[in-house]
Design a protein around this ligand. Structure first.
Ligand code: ZN
Length: 132
């Protein structure tokens, strides 16, 4: 198991962690298998989407804010219900196939950690499973 530590800098941060995950996978030296990317937090999550044009990520942040506004009639006393809901909907893990010793991501795909209640330090757990 490997852990990536990410220090986010804003209240809402999307951090491209593809290179860190890729380095971990390559370190295992396996040809094919699965890579689990897991975020052990309740107000942060992980997703895969376009990493080439930063406007896509900006638009995702915009849409998330519109769909799940920070202020609404929430009950949770900590005051960060929107961050919990956003993370629950996006999900806290992804599995990426490993082919030819590398992540089998699409040409435009990247792996993003999304922090909806930063800035703070976040952990991403990476597990690599070898296919026989
Ligand atoms: Zn909370």
């Amino acid at each position: 198991m490997a852990v990536i530590r990410v220090r986010t800098t804003k209240h809402t941060s999307f951090v491209n962690i593809t290179n860190q995950v890729r380095e971990i996978v390559k370190g295992y030296g396996i040809k094919s298998g699965l890579c689990l990317v897991y975020v052990p937090h309740t107000t942060a999550c992980v997703f895969i989407n376009e990493g080439a044009d930063p406007e896509v990520i900006r638009d995702i942040a915009y849409a998330v804010e519109k769909l799940i506004p920070w202020r609404d009639d929430y009950a949770h006393s900590e005051g960060n219900s929107a961050a919990h809901i956003r993370s629950a909907l996006i999900g806290n893990s992804r599995i990426v196939p490993i082919e030819n010793g590398d992540l089998a991501l699409g040409t435009w795909e990247a792996i993003f950690l999304a922090d909806f209640d930063g800035p703070r330090e976040r952990k991403v757990i990476v597990r690599v499973l070898k296919e026989d």
